[in-house]
Design a protein around this ligand. Structure first.
Ligand SMILES: [Zn+2]
Length: 276
């Protein structure tokens, strides 16, 4: 197994989104009230070259996100900013790694936020897997009102439903194998969105945990600090507790989408908790 970190540009958000303040609706409003931006954070997608070919986890940003400032949605317009060049989209970067569009058997999305589904257009020939509940809340006009960009999905976008089974995997109550060998598994990590998924890959020595946006970095996960957009704080807390239990039970490299240390951690096989 070989894992590639693919950085699809940068994003910046408000500090109150990275680490939530207050409770309930005031947590969401705190993002709008917060004048302080984060540094430019990376947006990673991942390619897992495994027993069954290449599985891509998330598709990163697309250059269309540079138009986000024109959006009518207040969050998209005011509370997030992107940097990306067309050649930084995932398709050209995979080709540079020698991975062509037909080599990618499957694409699995942790959730459908715009910096995770922005590169879908590069995968017209792949099977694309999305949790049914996530697809439902992201679709149509209601999805746009929630800040998703379904009108930017490719016209052919018709993902296969990734239904998790009531089969526990470590501390995670629901899971589903994505390969016959069981070396790549989807697990339920609700919180950041209600149907958020994470992907676990195991090369026999090390486990890689592709965390999506369950936390914006490893420190926040280890500290059990919730983001500012999770709708249900209890659910998010339980997910972070489960991830922490998981990484402490086996040698795991923790790989959130926007963690500035993620690529270096992957390159050095640095295990979760090793830096604190
Ligand atoms: Zn997100």
């Amino acid at each position: 197994m070989k894992v590639h970190a693919i950085q699809t540009g940068f994003v910046r958000i408000k500090t109150a989104q990275v680490e939530g303040r207050g409770h309930g609706w005031s947590r969401r409003l705190a993002i709008f009230a917060d004048p302080t931006w984060t540094d430019w954070l990376p947006t990673y997608a991942w390619a897992i070259d495994c027993s069954e070919g290449v599985i891509v986890v998330d598709t990163g940003q697309g250059a269309h996100l540079l138009e986000s400032g024109k959006s009518l949605h207040p969050y998209v317009r005011w509370e997030v900013a992107f940097r990306i060049e067309p050649e930084q989209e995932i398709g050209p970067q995979l080709r540079a790694l020698g991975v062509g569009p037909r080599d990618v058997k499957r694409v699995v999305l942790t959730h459908l936020h715009m910096d995770h589904d922005g590169g879908l257009a590069h995968f017209p020939n792949s099977e694309i897997l999305v949790a049914p509940g996530e697809l439902k809340i992201a679709s149509g006009f209601a999805g746009r009102m929630r800040g998703y960009l379904p009108h930017r999905w490719p016209s052919w976008f018709d993902p296969a439903p990734l239904r998790l089974e009531a089969r526990s995997f470590g501390p995670f109550a629901q899971s589903r194998r994505l390969t016959a060998a069981g070396d790549v598994i989807a697990v339920a990590t609700p919180g950041h969105t209600a149907d958020h998924l994470s992907i676990v890959a195991d090369d026999g020595n090390t486990t890689y945990f592709f965390a999506g946006d369950t936390s914006y970095d490893e420190r926040l996960m280890l500290a059990g600090k919730l983001d500012g957009v999770s709708a249900d704080e209890g659910v998010s807390t339980a997910t972070l507790d489960a991830i922490r239990n998981f990484v402490q039970s086996r040698p795991t490299v923790y790989l959130p989408t926007h963690d500035p240390q993620a690529a270096a951690r992957l390159a050095g096989r640095q295990l979760a908790g090793a830096e604190v």
